[in-house]
Design a protein around this ligand. Structure first.
Ligand code: GDD
Length: 399
């Protein structure tokens, strides 16, 4: 792969946010080229070996809830062979057991592809037991099972990836129409990590475009509504603290993102669809130097966030309606609003924005504060590992 070097970066305490990087060639060729090792060159070539070495250590997490099986199959097809897929499903069990259908398809696919996988239902007693034994009760609801929600599925899968000994985790939504774009996202994750100088790194994908049909014609929109609003307010928060206006963040709520395991274990999480925006807010809070940190080792080493622009357009299931978009905007803006770093002026603007779009009612004093989950570093992974029956939830034998 050949990628542009980041043109600039914004620092906030120990966080380094790099500007979006563009891909020049998805396949950068096998020849070593002396001209490209010149430190003054603006394009970096990342060899297939480098990408492969990272992918071998990467679990790709696919959160899924009642998506079409064909889409999930396409996503699996796009994941490089070296990566380990973890499918974390919250699909319905009754009256039709969609999870069983997903399981049968995944198992069959992976038999043909000769690929290892793990698959869990979010609401299974087995998964809940991992958290009970590991002493991380925050994720469990009153019924003793892992709570509903996309973030909750992602957090559960991070723990599974940690138990598998993975160094990196990437997230890919299950409703993607193009296996080729899935492959590109994972390659972008690896390309991002290959540049990292610290163990605490994150890679976020900025979609090149999101096609829509307008007047029977394809229109390649650059940003979705949720993304546009989220980016604006994340940048404002950053700018108000640094004193310099910035528009560096273009991946405020990127669903397609990846983290080093070290960073994933240090972050706190928020529920549902606020989770991706909260990554930024939490990094600013924990490693920004304004508030006391719970992770001095991360402060010392620094955090790097790479934003990579994909070349494939993002084509996904887009029939989830206006209420779904509103829920995502409220989730994203509320984690900004409720942050101790959010200045009063920004709070007022967020409230105004939410009311203007009729996302919250005019009489509401503040957006609903999403549930928070403390960092997974407090979990006892040794104890959790003892109750995991991999044979039942994967095509691997227990070890
Ligand atoms: N395990 C699990 N549990 N998965 C879920 C749940 C849940 O409760 N809810 C949704 N999912 C899965 C969906 O099946 C899909 O694969 C993925 O999570 C994303 O959910 P969507 O409902 O399709 O979200 P979206 O496409 O509107 O928004 C995506 O992109 C945004 C950025 O524009 C999401 O990734 C957002 O989180 C992201 O901010």
């Amino acid at each position: 792969m050949r990628i542009e070097l980041p043109v600039n970066a914004e620092r906030f305490g120990s966080n380094l946010f790099y500007a979006v990087q563009k891909v020049f060639e998805l396949d950068g060729g096998i020849d070593t080229d002396d001209a490209f090792s010149n430190p003054f060159h603006v394009v970096r070539k990342i060899s297939a070996e480098e990408l492969f070495a990272i992918e071998r250590d990467m679990a790709v997490i696919i959160p899924i809830k009642d998506e079409r099986l064909r889409l999930l199959e396409g996503v699996l097809c796009g994941i490089p062979h070296a990566c380990f897929p973890i499918i974390l499903s919250n699909s319905q069990r009754e009256p039709i057991d969609r999870y069983r259908m997903e399981q049968a398809m995944v198992d069959n696919f992976c038999r043909f592809a000769k690929k290892k996988y793990a698959m869990f239902h979010q609401r299974s007693a087995d998964l809940a037991e991992v958290f009970k034994k590991g002493g991380y009760h925050d994720l469990l609801g009153e019924d003793g099972l892992v709570r509903n929600g996309k973030a909750e599925g992602m957090i559960a899968a991070i723990v599974l990836a940690r138990l598998l000994g993975k160094k990196y985790i990437g997230f890919i939504d299950a409703d993607n129409f193009f296996p080729g774009s899935v492959l590109e996202y994972v390659r972008l994750f690896s390309a991002g990590f290959s540049q990292a100088k610290t163990e605490y790194s994150m890679v976020r994908v900025q979609w090149h475009s999101k096609p829509k049909i307008i007047d029977s014609e394809l229109f390649f929109a650059r940003l979705g509504r949720v993304t546009r609003i989220t980016n604006q307010f994340v940048n404002q928060l950053l700018s108000l603290h640094t004193g310099f206006e910035s528009d560096i963040i273009l991946t405020g709520n990127a669903g397609e993102h990846a983290m080093s395991m070290d960073l994933a274990l240090a972050l706190d999480y928020s529920s549902g669809f606020s989770v991706e925006t909260n990554h930024f807010v939490n990094m600013l809070e924990k490693f920004g130097g304004v508030l006391p940190t719970t992770h001095p080792e991360v402060m010392r080493n620094g955090v790097e966030v790479f934003q990579m622009q994909s070349r494939n357009p993002h084509f996904h299931e887009a029939t989830k309606g206006d209420d779904h978009l509103k829920e995502m905007i409220e989730g994203s803006l509320s984690v900004l609003y409720h942050s101790p770093l959010c200045p009063e002026t920004l709070k007022k603007e967020i409230l105004h924005e939410l009311k203007r779009h009729k996302i919250i009612s005019a009489s509401k004093k503040e957006p609903t504060n999403p549930r928070r989950y403390p960092s997974l570093s407090k979990m006892n992974f040794e104890k959790a590992a003892k109750v995991l029956d991999w044979e039942k939830h994967s095509n691997m034998p227990n070890v």
